[in-house]
Design a protein around this ligand. Structure first.
Ligand code: PLP
Length: 408
């Protein structure tokens, strides 16, 4: 796919980011508010709905009467969120889950069956690695890990029973950027399904389904929720692929709570304002960190000398993300000195909130990998992952400059 076509397919229009009110208003006409309607969507926590008689229940199941039956089968806040997310991403359908991990697991259970083979990137979130090793493998799925940007090892890993490729757009924690264009071509040439965890990029920076990905997963807990107060996940893509994932999600029951759906509805209204500020701050911070003597190496795809910069320029739009990772000189001791000296930036093993937080992958997100595996992935005791927030940049700079001086 040429650059021009990718841009046409992927470029976000600013109006994509403004949730559409027309359907919301239509829906509200049936809620008894009449012409006076609440400006923000009402929160509907009910776990069950009432029916006048059995005919009404029959009509619900037949699809001839719109409405809701039971929380696990559907909820107005989740439906409105699906509409907003589909508008934002251009996907045909979205299925929500109780967490990012639930979304990944439910998509895998839907797309794979015992005896299948999964080829995953070796640059993976530790929780996903744990899911593959501790749940999918015992269930009868064989898994191989490769460098997805190495076409030869990807081709060599394929087996007749390979059923799925799995990759992260921007990998946790060292921020390698997947060449979604090349992977899409490879998957199409081998008639393979592929799934992308887009959590670190968010739909603001990447729309992997426009490169042909069958399923895109995101943790709502991170940038889509955006305030460290939501837990949820979503899969999106074509209606064909989403329908069985939706059925499985309702059956196994790992649905998104109504409250988290409602909170995410609120968060989407500021998504287009938060993300550019996250990205601007991250780029400025990466440039500062690169010159600091306490820092051995900076990982950020927005730096022109990053090995992932050229790919990032092709597959991401409107920035390079809010995540910056570093190798701090002096290992764990230096990390502790840094953390104890921070006055604003907090140690918090998550990401994507408005406040800048730092995390220690070896001890938290990547603890499922053995020390030898972490060494192979270059995840060290001195590796610090920074989720750059939306504060005025000087607030972040002042705090980290002081803390890094203390860490030396
Ligand atoms: N994917 C990535 C890249 C993550 O970093 C995480 C969590 O940190 C997840 C998925 C899982 O999301 P959740 O914590 O919402 O289950």
């Amino acid at each position: 796919m040429g650059r021009r076509l990718c841009e046409t397919l992927c470029k976000a229009e600013s109006r994509d980011f403004v949730p559409c009110r027309a359907n919301e208003v239509k829906r509200m006409q049936n809620t008894g508010y009449g012409l006076i309607r609440p400006e923000s969507p009402p929160f509907v926590p009910s776990s069950v709905y009432t029916f006048p008689d059995l005919e009404a229940i029959r009509a619900y199941y037949a699809g001839s009467a719109p409405g809701y039956l039971y929380r696990r089968n559907g909820n107005p806040n989740t439906d409105q969120l699906e509409e907003a997310l589909c508008q934002l991403t251009g996907a045909a359908a979205a299925v929500f889950a109780a967490s990012g991990m639930a979304a990944i697991a439910q998509a895998c259970f839907s797309l794979l069956k015992p005896g299948d083979h999964l080829v995953a990137t070796r640059h993976l979130y530790g929780g996903t690695y744990a899911l593959f090793e501790q749940v999918l493998r015992p269930w009868g799925i064989s898994v191989d890990y490769v460098d997805m940007d190495d076409g030869d090892s990807l081709a060599a890993a394929l087996r007749p029973n390979t059923a799925l490729l799995y990759v992260e757009t921007i990998a946790n924690p060292l921020l390698q950027v997947a060449d979604l264009e090349a992977i899409g071509r490879f998957a199409a040439a081998h008639s393979l399904r592929w799934m992308v965890d887009n959590t670190f990029a968010s739909p603001y920076l990447a729309r992997p389904h426009t490169f042909g990905a069958d399923v895109v997963v995101e943790s709502l807990t991170k940038f889509l929720g955006g305030h460290s107060d939501v837990m949820g996940g979503v899969c999106y893509g074509s209606a064909d692929v989403m329908t069985p994932i939706r059925t499985l999600t309702v059956t196994v029951g790992g649905v998104l709570s109504a409250f988290d759906a409602w909170m995410t509805q609120r968060s989407l209204q500021t998504f287009h304002l938060r993300m550019p500020q996250h990205c601007r701050n991250a780029l400025a911070l990466a440039e500062f960190l690169r010159g600091h003597p306490a820092v051995e190496q900076v990982f950020y795809p927005g730096l022109p000398d990053s090995p992932w910069h050229a790919i990032a320029r092709r597959v991401l739009f409107d920035g390079f993300g809010a995540m910056v990772s570093i190798h701090l000189r002096g290992g764990e001791e230096a990390v502790n000195r840094l953390l104890r000296a921070c006055r604003h930036v907090a140690l918090a093993p998550s990401l994507g909130g408005t406040r800048t937080t730092v995390s220690h992958p070896a001890l938290t997100s990547h603890r499922a990998f053995s020390p030898a595996e972490r060494a192979q992935l270059d995840i060290r005791d001195g590796t610090v992952r920074i989720s750059v927030g939306t504060e005025p940049f000087e607030v972040i700079l002042e705090d980290l400059r002081h803390a890094l001086d203390e860490a030396r």
